[in-house]
Design a protein around this ligand. Structure first.
Ligand SMILES: Cc1ncc(COP(=O)(O)O)c(C=O)c1O
Length: 463
């Protein structure tokens, strides 16, 4: 199995980015529960035939859709070790917990957080943003809110984020019982960064109307275009208004590892909490989200619960002074820290940062190529690793069809978004395996597919 997976990784370029799962393969996964034992070799043969060739393709150098990490072989090996050990990292006194603490110490350093800051692996930035909203809720209303909830009489909390905020942030407010409507979506400037004057005006307006502003969410790499909010500006406003300042850095925060890119994230060290993903630009295999919190006491006060079965002992297995279950919603937790530790130990932070800078270089090259091509129109500035554009001579529907055609053809797989009411072809260059030739292939494929669509239209018109 190990050899086959190495071969699979080594041969990524020789296969399509994505192949739609065939009906026969899907049908074979509609079988009844196996009651008796089966043959491992047969199960593995099913994996090789029906699963392996039909993944989502994010490991492939031609994958440019959404915002997905490519993974790296060292993380795969660590996953095997972690599964073999099968540790539960909810708490208790064992060495895997020390590995998670080691990663926490590294994460504090990466982001310039105090030595007392707390942090935790979670599934992904969606969950990390949710944890951050709950901590900000405790900060605003006190830990009492955990018992009393937000029933009648509670202050009407409001939060603020740019129009480009990821959908998991309103959902976090929804899940926290505050309601997605409490998130005010602030206009952005030409660079898709939150308009600070509009933010101040929105806070003032809410205060006048009797709301209780409690949280500003900045984004370090918006999902649509990769824009980075003015984090110092947001930190200043949050401090002046006594609001919690959270940063969603799912897409871009790890760029602090590149000396070239780090200045774009200036001010990130001033946030109260930071959500980011090792499974995106850190190339740790899914899943490996992270929440970093400057005030460990507040963090703990948001989650720790007394329970007889979780009582700490002076000695024995129930000893240990740092139990992750005190800092998040999960009790049973896997060993996400191990694959992250192995990734950082083996490749080193500099190599990860260099791969990110290379992705941003490719994004600039792609932007330049688009700007020099009359058929193509760029739809947003390129601050980081995301490039949005369209084929000028095709309608929105046709641009969307073109993207689906490229995905099916399997050479490159961009995704779609909507910017200013227009359909955009979106290339997020996250993959350390992607090279200039892949970016060239994207442009050439869009142009040749576009030509084919236009000539089919012309033919149709003459009929
Ligand atoms: C800016 C941003 N925030 C949050 C998320 C959600 O992260 P996850 O998919 O790890 O939950 C994403 C995902 O792409 C994102 O780009």
């Amino acid at each position: 199995m190990l050899d086959d997976m190495f071969d699979h990784m080594a041969g990524l370029r020789d296969r399509p980015v994505w192949s739609p799962p065939p009906a026969e393969a899907r049908a074979r996964f509609r079988e009844p529960l196996p009651e008796g034992p089966g043959d491992l070799a047969e199960a593995y043969a099913s994996f090789q035939r029906d699963i392996l060739p039909f993944g989502s393709g994010n490991a492939h150098p031609g994958f440019m859709g959404w915002a997905q990490g490519a993974g790296a072989p060292v993380g795969m090996l660590a996953e095997m070790l972690a599964a073999g050990l099968n540790s539960n990292l909810g708490g208790r006194d064992h060495m895997p917990i020390e590995v998670e603490r080691q990663v926490l110490a590294w994460v504090r350093r990466m982001f310039g957080f105090p030595e007392t800051a707390s942090g935790l692996f979670v599934t992904g930035a969606s969950q990390a943003n949710f944890v951050a909203v709950l901590i900000a809720r405790t900060r605003a209303l006190g830990a009492e809110v955990r018992r009393a909830g937000l029933a009648s009489g509670a202050p009407r909390l409001t939060a603020y984020a740019s129009r480009g905020v990821h959908g998991c942030v309103p959902r976090a407010l929804d899940m926290a019982g505050i309601g997605a409507d409490a998130l005010r979506l602030i206009e952005v400037d030409a660079d898709h960064r939150m308009d600070l004057a509009a933010l101040k005006a929105a806070i003032a307006k809410d205060r006048r109307a009797g709301f209780t502003p409690f949280l500003v969410v900045g984004t370090a790499g918006t999902v649509d275009v990769g824009a980075i909010d003015d984090l110092h500006g947001l930190a200043d406003i949050a401090a002046a208004e006594a609001l919690a300042f959270h940063v969603d850095g799912a897409l871009g925060a790890l760029a602090v590892l590149s000396p070239e890119l780090a200045p774009k994230l200036a001010g990130i060290e001033r946030c109260d909490s930071l959500a980011f993903d090792f499974h995106k630009w850190g190339h740790v295999p899914y899943d490996a989200g992270y929440i970093l919190v400057s005030d460990a006491d507040l963090h703990r006060a948001t989650f720790a619960s007394p329970a007889a079965y979780l009582a700490r002992a002076e000695r024995g297995l129930a000893a240990g002074d740092w139990w992750p279950c005190d800092y998040g919603p999960d009790l049973s937790r896997g060993f996400r820290a191990l694959k992250t530790w192995f990734t950082l130990k083996t490749y080193g932070a500099d190599a990860l940062g260099a791969a990110m800078a290379a992705n941003c270089g490719l994004a600039q090259a792609l932007a330049a190529r688009i700007d020099a091509t009359p058929e193509l129109e760029r739809l947003a500035p390129v601050a980081l690793n995301v490039v949005c554009f369209r084929h000028r001579f095709l309608s929105d529907v046709q641009n969307a069809e073109l993207v689906a055609d490229l995905q099916v053809a399997g050479e490159v797989a961009p995704s779609l978004t909507t910017l200013g009411g227009r359909t955009a072809i979106r290339a997020a260059l996250v993959n350390h395996r992607t090279r200039l030739e892949d970016v060239e292939t994207l442009v050439e494929s869009v142009l040749s597919r576009g030509r084919a669509m236009l000539s089919a239209m012309a033919e149709e018109a003459t009929r």
